[in-house]
Write a protein that binds this ligand. Structure first.
Ligand code: HEM
Ligand code: NAG
Ligand code: NAG
Ligand code: NAG
Ligand code: NAG
Ligand code: NAG
Length: 358
């Protein structure tokens, strides 16, 4: 009986996959680096900010939200990997490798691998029919696959509303910028605030989880804020001297909006400074256990080395958990997209091939 159930459900799955295949896309290669990679006006006539229309989706990433609200991405908030990689480079001068890695990571855990579409916020029918569970295809709002705890301006999932701008948290960011940066967010503030967010989560969120990939993205996003939200005409190209004023920060984090006249970074950049932010308060991955606050236990199974292969290998395992037994075009698209994700790691890590090769 059990055997029969398993067989039928597998056959059902195959039939479902067969139907879904009709809408399946062959994933195109990611776009390369942009040709002109200096600063330029990006809040331009062709990319006006527009308020949300009914149904437009925004989420936890102020960078992608801004790109959508200025039309660098589809304004409805559903995009292909190629659109996201191009927009992040064009609109912010995000380094090609960072854009490719973040985008395919997001597609693999939050996107629809059959239709090649990703929601930058909540789950939506607009990404097409879903592959079978345990795949989530929930968009960037999905907790604990890419999105995670201890964000700078978004509350932890435990407290509710993940994607929304949280004024209380932003006020804290302002307070830290006043205390450590003379009113600006600089590398010192980035390190102090990051450490504070972690300590605050330990003390208030009984479910606080801070392991890979969130461990890495939390530090990375603290660096993005400094590298990508500061106007590229700022003479201080040196990371140490760079600083972000709080009006500009609010414009991005709350309003998904470039300040008037905003020029993108003067060179391709991404996580520069992340090692300094981490080194200020060395901290290992882990979580609050037994549902108790102030009960943080390190997790030695989570990678913690920015230069290693752990992040890559661990992430592939997490993708595998969502797609334990893919068939047909789903398996094909997993293989192809995992290979695109492998991109920046290729020079130093062996490729993980949980589904074999094509
Ligand atoms: C290229 C593709 C990108 C993807 C897939 C992506 C995805 C995400 C996701 C899922 C989060 C939520 C993480 C969390 O707080 O739990 C996030 C946060 C963030 N992203 Fe992005 N992002 C991308 C590009 C960018 C760009 C271009 C920028 C800056 C210009 C940026 C800046 C940030 C910042 C500052 C946060 C932290 C928000 C906070 O802590 O309040 N991201 N991103
Ligand atoms: C920026 O463009 C210049 C000129 O094409 C090129 O030499 C340089 O390698 C590019 N920089 C990056 C980081 O891609
Ligand atoms: C904003 O964040 C604070 C601190 O994490 C939290 O206590 C509060 O519930 C959040 N507010 C909303 C509306 O989510
Ligand atoms: C609690 O933590 C677990 C493990 O990380 C996670 O899967 C779950 O989504 C979290 N729930 C909330 C509400 O934070
Ligand atoms: C950040 O700003 C504060 C206040 O001006 C300054 O003391 C500190 O050195 C700055 N940090 C860096 C890395 O320049
Ligand atoms: C930045 O450059 C502008 C124009 O080149 C110059 O007028 C200004 O004095 C410079 N500011 C600083 C702080 O060096």
């Amino acid at each position: 009986m059990l055997w029969l159930t398993v067989c039928l459900s597998e056959r059902d799955q195959d039939a479902a996959m067969e139907r879904l295949s009709g809408r399946a896309v062959y994933p195109p290669s990611p776009p390369g680096p942009i040709a002109f990679n200096g600063t330029k006006l990006v809040n331009d006539e062709d990319h006006p900010w527009k308020p949300l229309r009914k149904g437009d989706i925004r989420g936890p990433c102020p960078g992608l939200n801004t790109l959508a609200s200025h039309g660098y991405l589809p304004r409805n908030g559903v995009a292909t990997p190629a659109q996201i990689i191009t927009a992040a480079q064009e609109g912010f001068n995000m380094a090609h490798g960072a854009a490719v890695t973040a985008t395919y990571a997001a597609l693999l855990v939050d996107g629809n691998l059959l239709t090649n579409l990703l929601s930058i916020g909540g789950k939506t029918k607009r990404t097409g029919p879903d592959p079978p569970p345990p795949a989530i295809v929930g968009g960037l709002n999905t907790h604990d696959v890419f999105e995670g705890d201890a964000s700078m301006t978004r509350a932890d999932a435990f407290f509710g509303d993940i994607p929304s701008f949280n004024q209380t948290l932003f006020d804290q960011l302002v307070d830290f910028s006043n205390r450590y940066g003379d009113g600006y967010y600089n590398l010192t503030v980035a390190a102090e605030y990051r450490y504070h967010l972690i300590q605050q989560a330990i003390a208030t969120n009984p479910n606080f989880t801070f392991v890979s990939p969130r461990y890495f993205t939390a530090y990375g996003e603290s660096a993005f804020t400094l590298n990508l939200f500061v106007d590229g005409r700022d003479n201080t190209t040196a990371l140490g001297g760079r600083r972000l004023d709080m009006d500009t920060a609010l414009s991005f984090f709350r309003d998904s909006r470039f300040p008037p006249d905003f020029h993108r970074a003067s060179r391709p950049t991404g996580t520069d400074g992340v090692r300094e932010i981490m080194a200020a308060y060395p901290f290992k991955p882990g979580r609050n256990v037994d549902g108790k606050i102030n009960n943080f236990v390190e997790d030695p199974t989570s990678p913690s080395d920015f230069g290693g292969c752990g992040l890559y290998e661990d992430f592939v395992e997490k993708v595998f958990a969502l797609y334990p037994n893919p068939k047909g075009v789903l398996r094909r698209n997993l293989i192809i997209n995992l290979h695109f994700f492998y991109g920046v790691f290729a020079s130093r890590c062996e490729e993980a091939l949980p589904y074999g090769t094509l």
